[in-house]
Design a protein around this ligand. Sequence first.
Ligand SMILES: [Ca+2]
Ligand SMILES: [Ca+2]
Ligand SMILES: [Ca+2]
Ligand SMILES: [Ca+2]
Length: 233
Amino acid sequence: MNKPTSALLLCCAIFFAPPAFATLIINEVDYDQPSTDNAEFIELFNQNTSSINLASYSIDLINGNNGGDSIYDSIVLPSISLSAGGYFVICGDSNNVINCDLEASKSSNLIQNGSPDAIALLLNGSLIDSLSYEGNTALPYTEGSGSGLIDDPAYDFMGLSLFPNGTSSNQNNLDFIFSCTTPGMQNTNQSGNCLQPVITATVPAPASIYLLVPGLLGLARYTRNKKCRTYWA
Ligand SMILES: [Ca+2]
Ligand SMILES: [Ca+2]
Ligand SMILES: [Ca+2]
Ligand SMILES: [Ca+2]
């Protein structure tokens, strides 16, 4: 291969290679609820085409008072595999947030309400995604602008959703919309009449597994309860 061709291929590889870190993104947040904030959550989304282990990822919560960028809390993610297209939900209180995968240290008032504040996602300590809301926190935690992004506590079961789901142009106030909450589920564009995502029933899954033991009269039944969710009551 001659040198010009090699140089051209190298150039193309540099410019067209997918971003090395564009795998896990901040997909949704509900940081403010009517009255006490006891149903807060952050939803992450694996936009990669293969599973990833979350052990190397962490969340920093950023206080943007006066345009600053001080870290007021950090959340280390567990060593679990998140499938391609999968969601991972960090919440304050799993009793109030369906599909919560990880309870953080505070059950209420976990995520500050601005303004402005930010959520940062890090891989091995390096920032890979951020959401600044209710204004612009100091760089590097604002992507474009966070102005106009408000999780208005007058509306229950609403928060900031990346829409279309999992699609980011690195412009916070264009990428996120104020919509009905969907923890652990695909984001929607619904700006009103939001109902509480609820756990409506507990059913056995699998229904029953019977083990037949020759010579014994009994059957051993193993039932493993699994939460069954219905999203909109
Ligand atoms: Ca809050
Ligand atoms: Ca509130
Ligand atoms: Ca909210
Ligand atoms: Ca969602």
